[in-house]
Design a protein. Structure first.
Length: 73
């Protein structure tokens, strides 16, 4: 049965793997001028991409929500 340290290590490993994958996708998408969201990989609305956005609306909303949680008031 895994103890707390094993569970923490698994969580850290998963988060690091996910972050590296996101970085690789982001780098690849920027080089290719992709029409896909850098966060989730879903196809973006072309008008949104033309305006220079790199995240779809749901991902952009979630990013802003996370930022507001850690913003200094």
């Amino acid at each position: 049965m895994p103890d707390e340290v094993d569970l923490a290590n698994d969580l850290i490993l998963n988060e690091v793997s996910r972050a590296l994958s996101k970085i690789r996708q982001s780098s690849s998408a920027e080089q290719n001028g992709s029409d896909y969201c850098l966060e989730c990989g879903d196809e973006m609305v072309k008008e949104r991409k033309k305006l220079g956005f790199k995240l779809c609306v749901p991902c952009a909303s979630e990013t802003e929500r996370r930022k507001s949680l850690y913003a200094d008031d």
